[in-house]
Design a protein around this ligand. Structure first.
Ligand code: COA
Length: 374
C-alpha cells in the first residue's frame, strides 16, 4: 500500500463577472416584460405577476456578491436568460475540456509534473456536456496523459468523491499519479428566470494532483483519510436527461429541466448531516477540533458555512479558519471547496492539519482530512 498526497491544485476562473446589481437589473427587466405580455391573464387572476428580485435579499440570504460566468451576454439578455455558447465541431476541444485543461496545467505546475506523468484522469462534475465519449478521456488526450480516464457525477460532492476514488487507487497501486478535475458550468443548468434561485451559481474549474507521497517534488498535503456518504432526497433535483424526448411534453420548456431546490428543507436537513459527518470522520481519525487549522467547506451559502464552522470548531471560527470564496464565485457546485483549498493553503506549515468538505444534491457529503508536509 502507498500513501496518497495532494501535490498540486489549480483554479480556472472565467473572464466575465456578473454583479448582483447587473443580475437583478436583468431579472427585473425580464419580469416586467413577462408581466406586460401576460397583462390580461394577470388582470383576470389567471396568472400570478412575477415579482422583482432584490440585491439586499441575495446578499442577506446567501452572502453572494458576484459570480464568474462563461457567457455574460445571454444570461443578462431579458430575451434569452441563459448562457449562449457557439457550436464547436467534434474536432475541437469541448468547452468543459478547455476549462479543465487550464485548471489541470496550473495544478500540474504546482506539483512539478507534466501531463505524461499522469496515469488517471477523473472528470468529476455535476454535469457533463455530452454523454460520451467521456470528457475525462478528451482531457487525457489534450494533456498527453497515460493510463485511463472516466467521468463521474455526485453533484456538489463530485470533487471530494473523485479525490477519494483517486486516493484509493494511488493507495492500492493501481495508478501512480491522478488528476481529479472539476469543470463546473453551473450557469448552464441554472434557471435564471426564477428569482428564488437565479443568484445561486457561477462557473469555474478546479483540479488536484494526487500521487504517491514519496513522489512529491515540493510541499504537499498527505491524505490522512477520506469519508463519503449519500442519502436519497428530492430536495435538490434536475430532471433533464437522455430520455427527455421519449416522454410526453419532454421537449417543452419545463421548469424541472433546470436546477430545482427546496432551499429551506435543504438548509434544515443538510446542516445536521454535514456536521455529524465531519464529527464522525474526525473521531474515527482521532482528530479533535484543536488539531484542525482550517476547514475548506463547500461554498453554497454563508450562513450554512458559519453554522458548520461553529459546530465543528466548538466555537466561532477565527478569521481564516473557515475561508469563504462564495462572495466572489457564488456556488460553483463541486469546485467550491477546492477553490477555497487552492487559494487558502499556502500558509500551512509542516504537520498542520485541515479538512475539505463538500455537500449537496443526493444528498451527498464528502470529507478529506489532509496533513501538510514541507
Ligand atoms: N429577491 C427578493 N425576494 C426573494 C428572492 C429574490 N431573489 N428570492 C426569494 N425571495 C423571497 C421569497 O419569495 C420569500 O418570500 P415570502 O416570505 O413572501 O414567501 C422570501 O424571499 C424568503 O424566501 P426563501 O426561499 O424562503 O429564502 P431563504 O431565506 O430560505 O433563502 C436560499 C434561500 C436558497 C438562499 C436558502 O434556502 C439556502 O441557502 N438554502 C441552502 C441550499 C443551497 O444553497 N443549496 C444550493 C445547492 S447545494
Amino acid at each position: 500500500m502507498y500513501t496518497p498526497a495532494i501535490t498540486g491544485s489549480g483554479v480556472f476562473t472565467p473572464d466575465n463577472v456578473i454583479t448582483n446589481a447587473e443580475l437583478v437589473s436583468a431579472f427585473n427587466a425580464y419580469a416586467d416584460k413577462m408581466n406586460t405580455q401576460n397583462a390580461d391573464a394577470i388582470a383576470a387572476g389567471d396568472v400570478e405577476p412575477m415579482q422583482h428580485s432584490s440585491e439586499e435579499f441575495i446578499l442577506k440570504a446567501s452572502g453572494i456578491e458576484n459570480r464568474y460566468v462563461m457567457d455574460k451576454a445571454g444570461v443578462l439578455d431579458p430575451d434569452v436568460m441563459h448562457p449562449l455558447f457557439r457550436q464547436r465541431s467534434d474536432d475541437e476541444p469541448g468547452i468543459m475540456t478547455e476549462m479543465a485543461v487550464d485548471a489541470c496545467k496550473k495544478a500540474l505546475a504546482q506539483a512539478g509534473r507534466n501531463g505524461d506523468d499522469v496515469d488517471l484522469v477523473i472528470c468529476a462534475a455535476s454535469n457533463h456536456e455530452r454523454a460520451y465519449p467521456a470528457i475525462a478521456i478528451e482531457i487525457q488526450q489534450a494533456l498527453g496523459c497515460k493510463g485511463f480516464g472516466f467521468d463521474m457525477n455526485v453533484a456538489c460532492s463530485s470533487a471530494t468523491f473523485g479525490i477519494q476514488a483517486a486516493a484509493d487507487m494511488v493507495r492500492s497501486g493501481s495508478v501512480k499519479c491522478a488528476l481529479v478535475v472539476n469543470p463546473e458550468i453551473c450557469t448552464g443548468h441554472l434557471e435564471w428566470r426564477d428569482r428564488d434561485c437565479h443568484f445561486i451559481f457561477g462557473d469555474v474549474a478546479t483540479a488536484t494532483v494526487i500521487e504517491r507521497i514519496e513522489d512529491a517534488t515540493g510541499p504537499h498535503f498527505e491524505i490522512l483519510s477520506t469519508s463519503c456518504a449519500t442519502d436519497f432526497s428530492n430536495n435538490i433535483r434536475n430532471n433533464n436527461g437522455f430520455l427527455r424526448r421519449t416522454r410526453p411534453e419532454g421537449l417543452t420548456d419545463r421548469r424541472d429541466m433546470q436546477f430545482m431546490q427546496n432551499g429551506r428543507k435543504v438548509f434544515k436537513e443538510v446542516l445536521p448531516m454535514v456536521s455529524k459527518h465531519i464529527a464522525d470522520h474526525m473521531d474515527a481519525e482521532g482528530i479533535s477540533n484543536a488539531d484542525l487549522k482550517r476547514l475548506w467547506l463547500h461554498q453554497a451559502n454563508k450562513t450554512m458555512n458559519d453554522f458548520i464552522g461553529k459546530k465543528v470548531m466548538g466555537r466561532e471560527p477565527a478569521p481564516g479558519e473557515q475561508p469563504n470564496i462564495l462572495q466572489d464565485y457564488a456556488n460553483t457546485s463541486s469546485a467550491g471547496s477546492i477553490i477555497a483549498f487552492s487559494k487558502y493553503s499556502d500558509d500551512f506549515t509542516d504537520g498542520e492539519i485541515g479538512l475539505i468538505c463538500s455537500f449537496g444534491a443526493g444528498y451527498s457529503v464528502g470529507s478529506v482530512i489532509v496533513k501538510r508536509h514541507g
